[in-house]
Design a binder for this molecule. Structure first.
Ligand code: FES
Length: 497
């Protein structure tokens, strides 16, 4: 019997795709090359994939195509703020001998974040940064968080997720090379960092043992592959290097952060926190390091929050109290379309101060910033879960290290969210310990910096391997103290040490 096909028209840009009957509208969007917001990966639970289909508002992931359909979305996604950090150039750069005879060799560093991908291109003879390029991680259409994407890979195979990210990296490298006046043949080495999930999905490794017990990486060791094996378009002799993973979701990106901050040679007890869809934390000094990750949940990335969105145009990104009133700022200065992670954190701090919420997080009634943008009780509860996971992680790391929270001398906030959040708000709600407020430094994209260091210097790659091997991994969920401390940390405001 001949398979019935229907046309799906995307009214915003006039494009169209033919799909077999019962394809979902979400699948049709993906087939048409769109970047739909599918935070839950099509499970029908996040509500972010709403579209208008033939005049009716539906969830794209739950709506099969049974006739020709006209689709309208909220419009193309606005440009998201992407954090790119330029590494400070060392005074002395020693080029590798073999590059000196080449006309214009280049090296690349790639930071694959769950939400964004950043590529750095560097001159292999001078070590100078030539160009940075970034995009949203195209795997986002298969789920906002690592677990949703790994579940997708377990159900449908990892090849789709692997090829979309490899294609995106090839596109970014192509743009960076073009902008720098170089060609694919000039590209000699590409060093990657990313959390364990991003690492496994890129390399098409099994992910089941990562998202289900025993929650272990399939591969922890650093790897060196030929670029062609990974379908990365570069010089025929080019290599792909991945920094090692530490354990659980504490991956090569955290190793990049440790390398960039040189944490293992710190005299002072230092806490590094990278908050994204997961929260990764490392505590230590020259006498040893301990790391853990917490399922902070994607609340800080806009998922699971009713009006949540990424930090792009239209997002409320700052909120503050002013004489008992709540004021806010919208990215792009127009009307608000939603609220992003930094806005959410500020809002909770401002609501606490003005008693719109109490320490238990109770919200008398839904708070409206505008008619279409609000925070309700469920949103505040989601924030509490995420906040408690991070705060409990910090306290347990201290316990296992045998120190008091107040013994921490420096707090390094890495990653995009760590860069954009207001440390005062983070301390006011108890996400970070209040007593450490004056010791907080926002260090930008440290993972990307670590990848740049390893790309420029093979000995830094060796150092990264050593740091990863020396870092103790703590599986928080199995720690006997976790449940009690987590429940304790659900309350807003500073907690007892
Ligand atoms: S509800 Fe459709 S992707 Fe989440």
């Amino acid at each position: 019997m001949k398979e019935e096909k229907y046309a799906v028209y995307f009214d915003e840009d006039g494009s169209c795709v033919q799909v077999p009957e019962n394809t979902t509208l979400l699948e049709a969007q993906i087939l048409a090359g769109k970047m739909p917001q599918a935070y839950c990966g099509g499970k029908g639970t996040c509500g972010k994939c709403k579209v208008e289909a033939n005049g009716k508002v539906v969830l794209a992931c739950q709506t099969p195509v049974t006739a020709d359909t006209h689709v309208r979305t909220a419009g193309p996604e606005k440009k998201t703020q992407i954090l790119m950090t330029e590494r400070e150039q060392n005074a002395v750069f020693q080029a590798e001998e073999r590059f000196l005879s080449m006309p214009q060799p280049v090296l690349a560093a790639v930071d694959i974040g769950t939400t964004t991908v950043v590529v750095y291109l560097m001159d292999a003879k001078t070590g100078k940064l030539l160009c940075m390029q970034s995009c949203l991680n195209p795997q986002g259409k298969y789920g906002a968080d690592v677990v949703s994407r790994c579940s997708y890979a377990m159900e449908h195979g990892a090849d789709t997720l692997s090829s979309v990210i490899r294609n995106a990296v090839n596109d970014l490298l192509g743009q960076a090379l073009k902008q720098s006046g170089r060609g694919r043949g000039d590209l000699m080495r590409i060093v990657f960092v990313g959390n364990t999930g991003m690492h496994h999905l890129f390399l098409e490794l099994p992910v089941k043992q990562l998202v289900l017990a025993p929650y272990h990486p399939y591969q922890k060791e650093a790897c060196v592959l030929s670029a062609s094996e990974c379908q990365i378009e570069a010089n025929a002799e080019a290599e792909v290097w991945w920094l090692p993973n530490i354990g659980g979701f504490v991956g090569a990106d955290t190793v990049g952060c440790i390398l960039a901050s040189n944490l293992p040679s710190c005299e002072e007890m230092t806490l590094m926190v990278d908050i994204g869809t997961n929260g990764e934390m490392v505590l230590g000094d020259k006498n040893g390091m301990i790391a853990c990750s917490t399922a902070a949940g994607p609340a800080f990335e806009g998922a699971k929050i009713t009006c949540g969105m990424r930090g792009s145009e239209g997002a409320i990104d700052k909120v503050w109290p002013d004489n008992g009133k709540i004021r806010y700022h919208v990215l792009g200065e127009g009307d608000a379309a939603g609220i992003c992670g930094s806005g959410l954190l500020d809002a909770a701090a401002a609501f606490l101060e003005t008693e719109i919420i109490d320490e238990t997080g109770r919200l008398e009634e839904t708070y409206y910033f505008q008619e279409n943008v609000f925070l309700n009780q469920k949103d505040i509860r989601e924030l509490q879960l995420a906040k408690a996971a991070i705060a409990a992680g910090i306290r347990i790391l201290c316990m296992r290290k045998g120190i008091e929270v107040s013994d921490i001398r420096r707090v390094l906030l890495a990653g995009a969210f760590g860069n954009y959040l207001d440390p005062d708000s983070a301390c006011a709600i108890g996400l970070l310990p209040e007593e450490l407020r004056e010791r907080i430094e926002q260090v930008g994209n440290a993972a990307g910096e670590g990848a740049q260091m390893a790309a420029l210097d093979p000995s830094a790659f060796e150092t990264a391997k050593k740091y990863a091997a020396e870092t103790e991994f703590l599986e928080l969920a199995l720690d006997p103290a976790f449940q009690d401390i987590y429940i304790d940390e659900l309350e807003f405001g500073p907690q007892e040490d």
